[in-house]
Write a protein that binds this ligand. Structure first.
Ligand SMILES: [Zn+2]
Length: 253
């Protein structure tokens, strides 16, 4: 395994695993419990947006997911809603102003405080109580922790047919082909996204010197929406995949 990027929000690495396993890990990210607003009680809404539209907008607002919270169905309150499984946020604003994420006051942190929610005109008021709970991405996309995607790292072969015209070097949008003395070389194959611009231009020139095929390695990308760090998305995805497999094993016993 080779790490290409390691940050709080983004991780990418190269590893040799089967497509099916990579896809299973990707899909398992939808099993991670993530905090999001799920119920909104409107007391006043003079804004141009309907209650439903505003509630949907609030639901999509990324909130930092505290590790101490539990899923409502697994909570000791049996889904009624208590401090362990739900959290309240209050919003009170009077126009003229722009209402931002940071105007939501409660015991959780809004990931992007300057995210606009709605604009209020002169004298318009907005007053609401929002309830957030943990949920899973497979239930609603507002509970998905981020983007996970992968692609095969390509293998490129340049045959002796190459006459060093260097048209492929110019054609590559990623600029990863380079002439090195009497041959064309690939400088960074992890950047290749298999667009095949080099293959096409080579064929146009009447040659067929470049061959691209998907290799054994996979390049994996994780981009967090901010509710949990990117590293945790990977760790938790693998954990939930394991849990699900364990369940099959125990049920087959
Ligand atoms: Zn509870």
């Amino acid at each position: 395994m080779k790490i290409l990027e390691k940050g709080e929000e983004k991780i990418s690495f190269v590893t040799e695993i089967e497509d099916s396993l990579a896809n299973a890990i990707r899909r398992s990210s939808l099993e991670i419990p993530i905090l999001a607003i799920d119920e909104v009680e409107f007391h006043k809404n003079d804004s141009v947006l309907y209650d439903e539209v505003l509630a949907l907008r609030l639901g999509l607002l990324p909130l930092k997911t505290p590790k101490t919270m539990t899923l409502q169905e697994k909570c000791s309150c049996k889904g009624k809603g208590c401090s362990k499984c739900s959290v309240q946020l209050k919003l009170q604003a009077k126009g003229p102003c722009m209402v931002y994420g940071k105007d939501l006051k409660g015991k959780v942190e809004v990931v992007y405080p300057d995210m606009p929610i709605v604009s209020l005109g002169e004298g318009q008021e907005l007053e609401l109580i929002a309830k957030a709970r943990l949920g899973k991405g497979k239930e609603h996309t507002k509970f998905s922790p981020g983007l996970i995607y992968y692609r095969n790292v390509p293998e490129i072969e340049i045959s002796k047919e190459c006459n060093l015209c260097q048209k492929c070097v110019e054609a590559c949008p990623q600029k990863i082909l380079k002439r090195n003395k009497d041959k064309i070389e690939l400088t960074d194959r992890y950047k290749c996204d298999l667009c095949e611009a080099c293959v096409e231009i080579c064929k146009k020139e009447g040659k067929d010197a470049i061959k691209i095929k998907p290799g054994k390695e996979i390049i994996f990308f994780i981009e967090s929406f901010g509710m949990i760090p990117a590293k945790e998305i990977l760790v938790e995805s693998v954990k939930s995949l394991k849990e699900n497999l364990k369940e099959i094993k125990t049920k087959l016993k």
